[in-house]
Design a binder for this molecule. Structure first.
Ligand SMILES: O=C1[C@@H](O)[C@H](O)[C@@H](O)[C@H](O)[C@H]1O
Length: 291
């Protein structure tokens, strides 16, 4: 059976879809450093990081010797006046050209950033769940697996939200170990209970002390990220072995995307974010049951 594959993501270099998130490094530095630490694949990063045009997107990744995984795509799913399918379809042309196979959806709150979200009523939930399956079915016709990424400050964040998706929709999940932990779900337990629903991972390590401050409202999510809530993999409170061994027991062969969400307050001095990414790559390689 093929081993799971390891990929990187621009968010570990502070490159983020949220306006005003922090200093944004240029693609040349990020993609070059990915290769320097031995990564051979990446997620696309936010709109504007790589060229929009499908062929140019594919060519850019090829120039750096990186395979395309797919990308994190905040999508409005619960608003009756908004049909998300056309936007997703347009995006999938870039997947075709680059050979990417995984569309990572988050349930956009409709606001900016991840520090608050509205409450969903029953009608909103019904629409959100049916849109998830419509998108998953449509992506499958284009050879792409759509996954829902539970995420702080989106419409799918808490343990109850995740259960609703598992019970009310057919879409696969992205096991983002950081967002699940902060949202109150134990990622190793989820991997034990529903391994058949996990087709993608974002492996993040977390400082639980800061995560608890976000959970009980003492700090905003953005503030906690700025204080270093995300740690290099293996250096925080995540039960990485627990997650990996449960996925391995089910025969997981998807991507493991390494992420350490970071906010840069200006051009980095010294080596910058690549130092932590390199630590995470080494720790993940050492921890993978398949070696
Ligand atoms: O969890 C996240 C990602 O998976 C994603 O890739 C990032 O761009 C987001 O900002 C982040 O919060």
């Amino acid at each position: 059976m093929p081993a799971p594959r390891i990929a990187g993501a621009p968010i570990s270099w502070g490159v983020c879809e949220v306006p005003g998130w922090g200093f944004q490094l240029d693609p040349d530095r990020v993609l070059t450093e990915m290769r320097e630490v031995g990564l051979v694949a990446t997620e696309f990063g936010p709109e504007g990081f790589l060229p929009d045009a499908p062929d140019a997107k594919a060519a850019t990744l090829q120039r750096y010797g990186l395979h395309a995984v797919g990308g994190f795509t905040p999508t409005l799913l619960h608003v009756p006046e908004h049909d998300p399918l056309a936007g997703v379809d347009e995006l999938l042309a870039g997947y075709d050209a680059a050979g990417a196979g995984t569309l990572v959806l988050s349930a956009d709150s409709g606001g900016t950033g991840y520090d608050s979200r509205p409450e969903l009523d029953e009608g909103g939930w019904k629409l959100l769940l049916s849109n998830l399956d419509r998108i998953a079915d449509h992506a499958a016709t284009r050879g792409v697996t759509a996954v829902l990424h539970p995420h702080v400050g989106t419409m799918v964040e808490t343990g109850d939200d995740v259960r609703r998706v598992l019970e009310g929709a057919r879409i696969q999940l992205c096991l983002d170990t950081g967002h699940l932990l902060i949202g109150g779900t134990d990622p190793a337990e989820l991997a034990r209970q529903a391994p058949e629903r996990i087709s993608h991972t974002h492996l993040k390590d977390v400082d639980l002390g800061l995560a608890r401050q976000v959970q009980d409202g003492r700090r905003s999510y953005t503030e906690a990220v700025g204080l270093g809530m995300y740690r290099p993999l293996g250096e925080g409170d995540l039960d990485l072995d627990g997650v990996l061994s449960r996925l391995d027991a089910y025969g997981y062969t998807g991507w493991h995307v390494l992420e350490q969400d970071t906010i840069l307050h200006g051009p980095p001095s010294g080596a910058g974010p690549v130092e932590d990414v390199s630590t995470s790559v080494q720790n993940l390689r050492a921890a993978l049951p398949t070696g």
